[in-house]
Design a protein around this ligand. Structure first.
Ligand code: NDP
Length: 340
């Protein structure tokens, strides 16, 4: 077992996703069974009691990997020496709140957090934004840490969308999710995202498109299923969970955040996954936008790398462009606020 614990900071740690995350991280689900962790829980003053309560329960878990737990409302304390930051706490959209108000409120959270990470985090820090609007919050955090920290240390979560897509395909094809590789979520973590199966393969070597056509009675039926059932269901799955469960998709969001960090730190396994990372112009996405791409990690400390060179047909291009246009509009709205 590595003797030096890895410092992990969770913001909004007193909230629902925080509660679902903390115990799995302490149990070793994120960094593996041989890496001890030190947890730093950041909250706003109103959330401190909830985070302190979670810290008491962490103690009661008697986790062998958990070295210590600090609860604070000061970003500089929370991010001091941290190697992994999960930025979960965000300002939810209130009744009658315009998009510009939401972006402004979140800029007031993610700007100072990015600056604090740039100022005091460990040299190897990597931060993933979970709190929505996640892509643009990551853009703000990265810009606020600049130039002290490379922007590519910040990413945003689209792994839940990716996992949802894999789950839907596994059910439709009656295979295990582990048999499905190389699905892609392109674009924004929003209803404009484009879940793309054109490059996907099954463990038996068949392409996903081939397998869907066999299962659904031809390639036209497969295309109709993808456009009319699969894509809207993945994009609107959050609303479906709220309707059925009466509460948001907290556990699957926490699970996806753990998958994102684990694969980034330890390496992706078979094929690629999806994450929103800073564009350097790949696939024509304007430089600097935090956009979801197919990514791999070698687990060598370099983080996620975009898988390049995939062909996009006209339909895919159109769907990606629409989501990228939304990301650019969010960036422009933030610029108009004078944040970037
Ligand atoms: P949750 O823990 O349920 O959600 C936190 C964020 O995750 C929200 O922005 C939410 O977006 C987002 N999210 C992303 N994916 C999902 C998903 N699949 N399902 C649900 N949420 C998702 O919120 P709580 O209100 O329970 O907790 C937030 C905590 O953050 C509070 O304790 C609050 O005090 C704290 N906070 C901390 C801050 C800080 O540390 N500086 C700043 C602001 C808040 P969406 O709103 O779109 O659902």
């Amino acid at each position: 077992m590595a003797s030096e614990p890895t410092t992990v900071t969770i913001t909004g740690a007193g909230g629902q996703i925080g509660y679902a995350l903390l115990f799995r991280i302490a149990a070793g689900d994120m960094l593996g069974p041989d890496r001890p962790v030190r947890l730093r829980l950041l909250e706003i003053p109103q959330g401190m009691r909830a985070a302190e309560g979670a810290a008491l329960e962490l103690q009661d878990g008697a986790f062998p990997l958990l070295r210590d737990v600090d609860v604070t409302d000061d970003p500089l304390t929370a991010f001091d020496g941290t190697s992994i930051a999960l930025l979960v706490g965000a300002r939810p959209r209130g009744p009658g709140m315009e998009r510009a108000d939401l972006l402004a409120a979140n800029a007031g959270i993610f700007g100072p957090q990015g600056a604090a990470i740039g100022a005091v985090a460990a040299d190897d820090v990597r931060a993933v934004v979970v709190g929505n609007p996640a892509n643009t919050n990551a853009l703000i955090a990265a810009a606020s840490a600049d130039p002290s920290l490379p922007a590519d240390r910040f990413s945003a979560l689209t792994r839940l969308d990716h996992n949802r897509a894999v789950g839907q395909l596994a059910a439709a094809l009656e295979v295990s999710p582990g048999d499905i590789a190389d699905v892609i979520i392109w674009g924004n973590h929003s209803a404009t995202q484009f879940p793309d199966v054109a490059h996907g393969i099954l463990a038996d070597g068949r392409s996903l498109l081939e397998a869907l056509a066999e299962r659904l009675g031809g390639s036209e039926a497969a295309s109709a299923w993808l456009d009319d059932a699969f894509i809207p269901r993945v994009a609107k799955r959050g609303a479906e969970i709220i309707e059925v469960r009466g509460s948001s998709s907290v556990a699957s969001a926490a699970n996806a955040a753990i998958d994102h960090v684990r694969d980034e730190q330890l390496g992706t396994r078979r094929g690629w996954t999806s994450a929103a990372v800073v564009s350097r112009g790949e696939y024509g996405v304007p430089e600097g936008l935090v956009c979801s791409f197919p990514v791999i990690s070698r687990g060598d400390g370099e983080g996620y790398r975009i898988v390049e060179g995939l062909d996009l047909d006209d339909r895919a291009r159109r769907l990606l462009d629409a989501s990228v246009a939304e990301l650019a509009a969010e960036r422009d709205a933030v610029r108009a606020l004078g944040v970037l």
